[in-house]
Design a protein around this ligand. Structure first.
Ligand SMILES: [Zn+2]
Length: 247
């Protein structure tokens, strides 16, 4: 695992970077995919924008610590937290430039962002700031001390959005480990016998995430899946060997 204080400059480029609003977002929405890519041998990483300090359980330091434990379960090569203000994410020029600077330093080929619409403002703001930062990162004159870099691909994780996915990743073999990663956030999913609207119990969260993953898995004929949306069209070379049965 990397040293959390290591400057971004010294980092080896990542193949996949997921940018999320809160610690534990990626564990819910694209953790299985990140794990599967790490198992393929790709270098994966996560940048959480806030430490989730508006949550009524745990503290920012505890949640960041928990996110590092989760990172180990997901086999991430890198995870950082920008500690921006939780529940008040704003798409400012400073935010975009800071994030663009990070993208230039860690040079991901693929960036995973939250879906661009949703209930929590932090999620859609993170999506918008993330997209615009990826664009800015490719401008030569943005910063003098870094080389321009624009990610090749931007994927939106759409697990909580009621939209048809562009594609689904089979996470059947990664599902249990993704759940273990999520349950590393013991300040959020600790105890508990009693579920409430705000804090679902262990069992409730397991059942809920299993049901969602089963739903998406079912759409491609596997046990568990994670959905993504892309804005551009998908290309196919070989129509004879396309996966997923039609009838
Ligand atoms: Zn969140």
């Amino acid at each position: 695992m990397h040293d959390p204080n290591e400057p971004f400059e010294n980092l080896r480029p990542l193949d996949v970077l997921a940018i999320a609003a809160h610690p534990d977002d990626v564990e819910q929405t694209c953790g299985g995919t990140l794990l599967s890519m790490a198992e393929f041998g790709y270098r994966t990483g996560v940048l959480d924008l806030t430490a989730g300090e508006m949550g009524s359980r745990g503290t920012p330091d505890i949640r960041i610590q928990e996110s590092q434990t989760a990172a180990q379960h997901l086999l991430l090569a890198w995870r950082q937290n920008l500690r921006w203000p939780d529940a008040r994410l704003e798409n400012t020029i400073t935010a975009r430039m800071t994030l663009a600077g990070v993208v230039r330093r860690i040079r991901p080929r693929v960036v995973i962002l939250p879906y661009w619409a949703g209930r929590h403002p932090d999620h859609y703001r993170a999506s918008e700031i993330g997209y615009e930062a990826c664009f800015l990162a490719g401008l030569r004159r943005l910063e003098e001390d870094t080389v321009p870099h624009r990610p090749f691909k931007i994927l939106y994780s759409s697990l909580y959005a009621n939209v048809t996915p562009s594609f689904i990743v089979d996470i059947s073999r990664q599902f249990d480990r993704r759940m273990t990663a999520l349950l590393s956030y013991t300040s959020q999913y600790g105890d508990t016998e009693t579920a409430s609207d705000l804090f679902p119990s262990h069992r409730e969260i397991e059942e809920r995430l299993a049901a969602i993953a089963r739903f998406y898995g079912n759409l491609i004929g596997v046990k568990y899946g994670e959905p993504f949306v892309v804005k551009e069209s998908m290309q196919v070379e070989d129509i004879v060997n396309m996966p997923v049965r039609s009838i």
